[in-house]
Ligand binder design. Structure first.
Ligand code: BG6
Length: 489
């Protein structure tokens, strides 16, 4: 059951992902998709819209008729019991028609203010009384801060147990984010070095060229901190920092991630601006096209104090990581669309090659999350020719384009996992709670301090100067992501 079936997420991601699962034979013939939304649509209109979304996302038409014959629609008022009772009847009927054995997945792909209400009604109007499994898949944002997230969680827990709640963080569905564990735990080369004796710092960058687009209303209350840092960025940090789990099962992995988040040093309010900096884009050029500044975007306050860029330093107080800063940065309207992790190793104790006029480059492990997928190891080697001059060399492994075409899209993978009951790549409540608590201190300071330098970076640039300064204070600098592309290696 997809709540929000006429919305953007359903059309751009969920329908095409379901179709790809169907084509790969990962959905049995016994499935039905019940689209739920306010708009009044006939079954045919809904099926047409599903076909359109699949063709525009995947450019495919084959087998669509058969596929969409599994789709049903109900126009629905999320606050009205009568609507849920009708939905229940329809669900029961489809259950029988397709022999679904009472298995139900409720996907909330809609405005978050209704999450709690829908959860209440699913229970009180009997939709969760089913003989099979019942699971709730829920999109972000999960709350606006710790308090509202806790309130929402308590409410949802009246209808669903923790293990029945699948909180989506679509970064956890990305192939290379899932690969972090494999790189770390399947390579004798890395795990022994993965600590403060050998690693100098870790940098996680997620930059976007897109602006805030039509989402001004949401983004004004969210900013980059809530939109990207609380979830995607902190999840990547947790995966990089966690201890090896005893086993690769959901509970063990989650509990190690929780422990890593628990080791994050909480910030005091007076420290916030020393550890975190913010930016807001002004007009500029993206791909040679002039784009407006954030304050000129629709539904944005012309005097807005909302950040569209965040850079920060996270400190993890445990034996493994004491003294190793984790730097994160993310922003909209930057020069490139790129998500990368750079692990910078410490310099060797003594450089024998100083006299060669070359300074040795530090060893780097670069994990390319998107758009390229792969890893690069930066080493030093001898320059060809006489003498002992050194030169940086790079060993790269990139997914081939045919592999990438078959790589499941994050949503495809996550939908499949939720149907299979595998919650590993979803966020547990404890993770959500810890990341909100961390982020809340930062927002409580930023919301009360108007940033006089806003807007402070041009669209198409690398972000504000304050982000560079943040690392310079520690004697580090950001590795420029565009120079680290696999193609440049
Ligand atoms: C979403 C944010 O969670 O992630 C968006 O709400 C952002 O603002 C998006 O654009 C980025 O995702 P991706 O997969 O394009 O890096």
């Amino acid at each position: 059951m997809i709540f929000g079936a006429t919305g953007d997420l359903a059309h751009r991601k969920l329908f095409p992902s379901l179709y790809r699962l169907h084509k790969k034979g990962r959905l049995s013939e016994r499935f039905a998709v019940l689209g739920v939304a306010r708009r009044s649509l006939t079954q045919e209109e809904f099926r047409e819209s599903v076909k359109k979304s699949i063709s525009s996302a995947l450019g495919e038409h084959a087998e669509l008729e058969d596929f969409v014959s599994h789709f049903y629609y109900q126009s629905h008022d999320v606050t009205d019991s009568g609507s849920y009772i009708q939905l229940r009847e329809l669900a029961n009927q489809l259950d029988e028609q397709y022999s679904l054995e009472g298995n139900r997945l409720f996907y909330l792909a809609m405005a978050p203010e209704f999450f709690g209400t829908i959860g209440d009604h699913l229970k009180s109007d009997g939709l969760t009384d089913t003989t099979g499994y019942k699971r709730l898949v829920i999109e972000k944002p999960f709350g606006h801060d710790f308090e509202s997230a806790q309130e929402l969680n308590t409410r949802l827990r009246q209808a669903f147990a923790e293990e029945e709640i699948y909180r989506i963080d679509h970064y956890l569905g990305k192939a290379m984010v899932q690969n972090i564990q494999v790189i770390r735990f399947a390579n004798a080369l890395f795990e022994p070095l993965w600590n403060n004796r050998y690693i100098s710092n870790i940098q996680v960058t997620s930059s976007e060229t897109l602006g805030v687009e039509e989402r001004g209303r949401y983004y004004e209350n969210s900013g980059a901190l809530r939109d990207m840092v609380q979830n995607h960025m902190m999840q990547m940090v947790a995966l990089l920092a966690m201890e090896p789990p005893i086993k690769l099962n959901t509970d063990e992995i989650r509990s190690e991630k929780v422990r890593a988040l628990r080791s994050l040093r909480p910030l005091e309010k007076h420290e916030v601006n020393d550890y975190f900096v913010r930016g807001q884009y002004k007009e500029g050029l993206i791909n040679s096209e002039r784009v407006p500044g954030y304050r000129e975007e629709p539904n944005v306050d012309p005097d807005s104090n909302t950040e569209t860029f965040v850079a920060g330093k996270l400190v993890i107080d445990n034996f493994r990581w004491a003294g190793v800063p984790f730097y994160i940065r993310t922003g909209k309207r930057l020069g490139s669309k790129s998500t990368k992790i750079v692990v910078q190793f410490k310099d060797i104790p003594m450089n024998l090659y100083y006299n060669t006029e070359e300074t040795l480059s530090p060893n780097l492990l670069v994990i390319h999350i998107q758009p390229e997928e792969g890893i690069t190891l930066h080493l030093n080697a001898k320059k060809i020719g006489a003498g002992m001059k050194t030169t940086p060399v790079k060993l790269s492994s990139a997914s081939k384009s045919e592999d990438r075409m078959n790589t499941p899209e994050a949503y495809e993978k996550l939908l499949y996992d939720s149907m299979m009951g595998d919650a590993t790549n979803f966020t547990h409540w404890d993770e959500v709670a810890l990341s909100w608590k961390f982020v809340d201190t930062i927002s409580s300071v930023w919301e009360t301090q108007k940033e006089p330098s806003f807007p402070n970076y041009g669209a198409g640039s690398d972000g504000p100067r304050v982000a560079e300064k943040l690392l310079e204070k520690d004697g580090h600098y950001w590795w420029p992501v565009e120079n680290l592309d696999i193609d440049n290696c």
